[in-house]
Design a protein around this ligand. Structure first.
Ligand code: ADP
Ligand code: ZN
Length: 721
């Protein structure tokens, strides 16, 4: 009799044994359906000796029901999943789940039905139908997805289907993607670019594990260089994964990719339509998807023959996942490359200190692109001391910055104002009674958004319309906005320069590929004079007429619960500064700050990156912070405050007493209430030598918690909120 051990996708059970019925072909890694009690469960066949679990006697084994028609998870992927579960102290099946597409994708190809507008003229139009007609122009998706897009009920759409306003379309789920051609365009590389590209090409040919840190200033052509590595992998018929930190950046990337390779890459991210998701996942597992561009979740897919991984803007915090399995996609990308025995390129103009350290230690091979392509100069950076050159009352732009914007407007050049705060104002209060608008679910103020006339919580999404009167004392027209967000800066610019054409760029305004494309086209076509944006505009864009960058508040990043606040500020300002002067005209950057003497500001002004990293490294070494020491966090939460507090105390009481592990807390988290859950945190600071994961597993393993309590572990945390 043949037996197999499964990793099963069940919240309570992880490992179960089964019998293989005669005639059923099962391999290691096969995705199967098995019986579990009266129900069925999905599982992956695993090496029995690698999964802990009591062996079920032969007589009690139940037979597998079915092997799903997808290629088995390759061994390298199984090892990656094990590594992540072990390193991030996460359940194996929670990690493995990230490799699965939808159930539909596992079931096979075939067809799906989608719907689109017929273009028929309706006789009678309800407001909802009118709204749907408006919103669904050019869209094609399932009824549920269309309903979401148009913000109407599915019933409305079914009615429209009956009335002949919508029609069904059959789509083939396995229709192939257009082929990318490695030699579609042969770029002329500069000498330094050629040298970098040649190293990557050799590594792709060598087909062994080789991590690179591609450290090149903004505008040096990092993308062009790693495109050559992609071309080589394509010639070898291997798949390539390119990780980008945000979907907003892919628009720009897609255009460049298509110009270089003659076809778009395959996209993978959380906003894909169901049918696109199915198609992409299936193309990835059967090898038809040549180049996959995605957010961090693309990292765990079962690629058929992965030959290269690229992580662009590798320093970005959005590669860190902060819920569910808490992992860092940048680090996991390197581990995946090791298991797959392939090269991985981490590209950045402002690498994380951790990456630089690994390069210095020789673990990563560092490739430098020290100058901008085509001889463009890096911009001139100056500081505006807000204590001396203060803006007028109720304004946020200093006279000098205003003068520079005016100068650009006169010359027909573009300016970019950077403030990493969405909305109009971060805090709204009542002038009369002092009432402050706070989120009922979170320890956070509600942020006023004038464009949408709402007060919104940026943590849980809670929203209310902006009221006419104070909810507390009922005085009408008494609300005052405190502090600026990008919308308020835009108002200020509009008042100063009524004729200037403005664009506010945040995740609220640029929330679809179409809107991003529209913005890029306008900015490139000189139809925008001043861009006001959050971190969304700091990366990836190349606007040759942009010659002024104003950093509205450089001190913002230094406040708040970020463990690497100085590094983050350095990266953000350096990246946004990198948008200036990318064409023929030189760029200028003005940094507004109240702390011009801070090491990070001084380094930015002096353009002395090495000095900044040296100072930052010294500070981290002293604090035992990464990369010199290790951090981990334990986050305890419950809807019941007392329950959360007691669980955190119980964990604290059993803290390990070890020479190389220090435990701080428990203490209420800075975000003490988040999405209706009360939160406590413990911070672990350990020496590099300590086996942090084992310590935490043994420690928490002694405890049991009430069912309402969640205990999360965050290894190498970024944020401390
Ligand atoms: P980075 O990613 O390092 O900031 P990019 O790859 O975006 O730099 O390149 C900056 C600009 O220079 C882009 O517009 C790109 O098209 C252009 N560029 C870079 N290298 C070349 C090249 N070898 N030939 C033509 N244009 C190039
Ligand atoms: Zn909230």
């Amino acid at each position: 009799m043949r037996r197999v051990r499964l990793l099963v996708f069940n919240p309570v059970l992880n490992v179960l044994d089964y019998r293989v019925p005669d005639g059923m072909a099962v391999d290691l890694g096969s995705v199967v359906i098995a019986p579990l009690g009266p129900r069925q469960v999905l599982g992956v066949v695993w090496e029995p000796d690698r999964l802990d679990g009591a062996e079920v006697p032969d007589a009690k084994l139940r037979p597998l029901l079915e092997v799903l028609p997808v290629p088995p998870f390759p061994a390298a992927l199984r090892r990656l999943i094990e590594w992540c579960a072990d390193y991030y102290v996460a359940p194996l099946n929670a990690v493995a789940r990230m490799a699965l597409g939808s159930m539909a994708a596992l079931r096979g190809g075939g067809t799906a039905t989608e719907y689109r507008l017929t273009g028929a003229e309706p006789a009678r139009l309800t407001p909802q139908r009118a709204a749907a007609l408006d919103a669904l122009h050019g869209e094609q998706a399932s009824i549920r997805e269309l309903a979401e897009l148009a913000s109407v009920s599915e019933g409305v759409l079914r009615g429209m289907l009956g009335a002949g306003l919508l029609e069904p379309v059959t789509v083939d789920l396995d229709r192939p993607y257009p082929r990318a051609n490695p030699d579609f365009v042969q770029p002329e590389l500069s000498e330094q670019q050629r040298a970098a590209a040649d190293e990557f090409i050799a590594a792709v040919d060598g087909h062994g594990f080789q991590p690179f840190l591609l450290d090149g200033v903004t505008g040096s052509g990092k993308t062009e260089c790693y495109f050559e590595a992609i071309a080589q992998a394509l010639r070898r018929r291997e798949q390539v994964l390119v990780l980008l930190p945000e979907i907003a950046l892919t628009e720009n990337f897609l255009r460049r990719f298509e110009a270089r390779f003659g076809a778009p890459p395959v996209l993978w991210h959380s906003n894909l339509k169901q049918s696109e998701r199915r198609r992409a996942w299936r193309a990835i597992v059967n090898g038809q998807a040549q180049v996959v561009v995605g957010a961090r979740s693309a990292l765990f897919m079962p690629y058929a023959r992965l030959g290269l991984i690229v992580v662009d803007e590798a320093h970005e915090v959005s590669f860190k996942q902060d819920d569910g399995v808490r992992y860092n996609a940048r680090d996991v990308a390197v581990i995946r490359a090791r298991f797959e025995q392939i090269p991985v390129i981490l590209a950045s103009a402002t690498p994380a200190l951790e990456s630089l350290q690994l390069a210095e230690a020789g673990t990563y091979r560092k490739i430098d692109l020290p100058s901008r392509f085509g001889g463009a100069l890096l911009p001139d950076v100056q500081v505006v001391d807000l204590r001396i050159e203060a803006p007028e009352r109720g304004r946020w732009l200093s006279p000098r910055l205003v003068d520079e914007i005016k100068d650009r407007l006169l010359k027909g050049e573009q300016s970019l104002l950077f403030l990493n705060r969405r909305g109009y104002a971060p805090l709204t209060l009542c002038r009369h009674c002092g009432y402050r608008f706070q989120c009922p679910n979170c320890t956070a103020w509600l942020v006023e958004h004038r464009l949408s006339r709402r007060m919104a919580c940026h943590h849980c999404g809670h929203q209310v319309p902006v009221p006419e009167e104070c909810p507390e004392c009922h005085t009408p027209d008494c609300l005052v906005a405190c502090g600026p967000g990008v919308e308020r800066i835009a108002d200020e610019v509009a008042e100063l320069f009524p004729e200037a054409r403005l664009a506010v760029v945040t995740s609220d305004t640029l929330n679809s590929p179409e809107k991003i494309a529209e913005f890029v086209a306008k900015a490139e076509g000189k139809a925008i004079d001043v861009i006001i944006g959050t971190q969304l505009v700091t990366k990836g864009y190349h606007f040759p007429e942009l010659t002024l960058v104003g950093v509205v508040d450089a001190d913002l990043g230094l406040e708040g619960g970020d463990l690497r606040a100085a590094e983050r500020t350095y990266q953000q300002v350096a990246q946004v500064a990198g948008r200036a002067g990318r064409g023929e005209k030189p760029g200028e950057v003005l940094i507004q700050t109240r702390h011009p003497e801070a090491a990070v500001i001084a380094a930015l002004v002096a353009g002395d990156r090495d000095a900044f990293y040296a100072a930052e490294a010294e500070a981290r070494r002293e604090a035992g912070a990464p990369p010199f020491g290790r951090w981990a966090a334990i986050i305890v939460s419950s809807e019941d405050e007392k329950e959360a507090r007691e669980a955190a105390r119980a964990i604290g009481a059993l803290r390990p007493n070890l020479p190389d592990v220090m435990v701080l807390g428990p203490a209420p988290a800075p975000l003490a209430l988040l999405r209706g859950r009360y939160r406590y945190r413990l911070l672990i600071n350990a020496r590099r030598s300590a086996q942090v994961q084992k310590v935490i597993r043994d420690w928490l393993g002694q405890l049991t918690f009430p069912s309402g309590v969640r205990v999360g572990v965050d290894i190498d945390p970024y944020s401390f909120v």
